[in-house]
Write a protein that binds this ligand. Structure first.
Ligand SMILES: [Zn+2]
Length: 311
């Protein structure tokens, strides 16, 4: 075999390897998923609320699946939020038309926009919850999503109940440019209104929570709960590494790392999040009084005061 045939055969091997790589559609259609190097049946993961029973990897969960898990099927009421008149004001086209991307996202998720909001009860306490669907254009935020948050916060204010925001986002939506960036301010003002009404605001960070959403309302919770090993960041790790020109720790930008830095209050497994929120709200709102809760009240109040002073 001379050097020409050797190169040719290597090129063939590379071509075959590239061809053999599964497409997104093939991965979606497969019965199996791989999170710890061994195929696991998707059905098993689904039955365990999309958490791998072998390695505890938390796979993405849609807002509907999360609400069903937290409150029980048909035990929550969707909040219908206003739609903007023109969802494609820039007539944006990149490799696809933005309008086609929107149609596809709606078809995949069954949602009107990237956020699904509901009214429900947790530990017998009325709550309003909004959750972002990462499958809807990477959980990016545009005008309809901004309207959703504003309407949901207003519902919480009207009902005088806490607001919970489950974050998962790639950031603000580039296809709507400045109009999407404006939502950071609008949503933050809405949360400030909630706080003026002395209503608790709890943020749950799921993976990945990045960009403009993380730089606005996902960082302003009275309590911030991180879902196990979730990514929580503004810019990506490689960008930070290139800017800082230094080696970063392996757990950089995970919620565990953010907790060490004081950005996250607690990191929990998915199954423990709703019960913990219920307990937290009981203490904050002084419901279901018991001796142990009474004892904890002063601690929580001190902690809330410190958070307020810090912000
Ligand atoms: Zn696994």
């Amino acid at each position: 075999m001379n050097w020409i045939t050797r190169i040719k055969s290597a090129a063939e091997r590379i071509k075959t390897a590239v061809r053999k790589r599964a497409s997104k559609a093939e991965i979606a259609a497969s019965k199996y998923i791989s999170c710890h190097g061994v195929p696991v049946e998707k059905k098993i993961i689904e039955q365990n609320n999309f958490v791998c029973p072998e390695c505890n990897f938390h796979h993405n969960q849609s807002p509907e699946q999360r609400f069903n898990m937290w409150f029980g099927e048909n035990n929550w009421k969707k909040i219908n939020t206003p739609k903007v008149a023109d969802s494609d004001p820039y007539r944006w086209t990149d490799t696809k038309k933005y309008t086609d991307r929107l149609k596809n996202a709606k078809k995949i998720t069954g949602q009107d926009n990237a956020i699904l909001s509901c009214e429900a009860r947790i530990n017998n306490i009325d709550v309003v919850v909004s959750a972002v669907n990462f499958s809807y254009i990477g959980g990016s935020i545009s005008c309809d999503e901004g309207e959703n948050v504003l309407a949901s916060v207003q519902t919480a204010i009207d009902k005088k109940c806490p607001y919970i925001f489950v974050s998962a986002s790639g950031g603000m939506r580039m296809m709507t440019n400045m109009l999407s960036l404006m939502q950071m301010t609008r949503m933050t003002i809405a949360i400030n209104e909630l706080k003026k009404n002395n209503l608790p605001y709890i943020v749950v960070i799921t993976s990945p929570s990045t960009g403009g959403l993380q730089a606005s309302i996902s960082s302003t919770g009275d309590f911030c709960i991180g879902e196990r090993k979730a990514t929580m960041a503004f810019a990506g790790k490689r960008i930070v590494q290139a800017t800082e020109n230094t080696e970063l720790p392996e757990n950089f930008q995970t919620v565990e790392w953010q907790m060490e830095k004081g950005q996250v209050d607690m990191v929990l497994d998915r199954k423990d999040i709703a019960p913990t929120i219920g307990t937290l709200l009981s203490i904050i709102l002084k419901k279901h009084k018991s001796e142990s809760i009474e004892e904890n009240n002063s601690l929580i109040e001190n902690s809330a005061q410190e958070t307020k002073e810090a912000s």
